[in-house]
Design a protein around this ligand. Sequence first.
Ligand code: SAM
Length: 283
Amino acid sequence: MELTNLSVIRELMSRYGTVFKKSLGQNFLTSANVPVRIADAAAESGCDSVVEIGPGIGTLTQRLCERFERVVAVEVDSSLLPILDETLGDYDNIEIINEDFMKLDLADVVESRFPDDIFALCANLPYYITTPILMRVLENSPKPASIVVMVQREVADRLVSKPGSAEYGAVTASVAWYGKAEKLFAVPSGCFTPRPKVDSAVIRIIPHSEPPAAVSDEDMRRVIRGAFAQRRKTLVNSLLSEYPMSRDDIISAVLAAGLPADIRGERLGVQEFAALATELAKI
Ligand code: SAM
């Protein structure tokens, strides 16, 4: 059964009495080579185990089952479970967990299912919750060895953007603190049903094995939040809203971090943020 075929998708959904739920970001793939390319990119990690978020009717899941020894797929929509039973019936290496990924105890799943605790994460992410899912995965442990996910094209551009560019923002800097992001390939909106209004792209994030600098995650999150709190202001003015310090103290920290006092937050890369967090923590 070719799950990217529109008539197959419609037949399955009508036979099991379910409909596309926009509120859950249900845009299913209708292009056969896209799930193949996503699964190939995920398999490049060399991991034996993979977690998929949002299997839908199992399109990408089938390809993952062919490339990994163990697949755990987390789907929040229980009306899709009987469909997944049918479409994944030929595979004995899949487990579906019917839960909201944002509430899932991923550490427990990894510990109880994956013998070496090493795993990849792969998904055609629901757009309404892309950034919260990525931050949840990156901010907690254990982290995947590799993350290969489809996101809106604008989000992909933002995540791989460089300091000083228009797309660069708090999310870019936060993701860069946790890992290295790259854009793999674009996927036009015509490759989904229902067709979304925007194009998509597949990105890969490889979490760092060691933090890029000797600063706590909490201090990094705080300095990034402060730097982007008021984007149109200078870094010093923006930081004032996050740190209960005098303007002079903040200026001293900025200068001690080797930065000009009138710089804007969006010009700072991870190492500059780390140096600044270190100086602010001394005050
Ligand atoms: N993987 C399928 C594909 O590529 O055709 C479906 C992808 S669709 C963009 C997103 C999927 O994520 C849907 O199946 C949706 O029900 C599921 N989903 C949405 N929110 C979720 C959540 N919080 N936790 C788990 N799954 C979720």
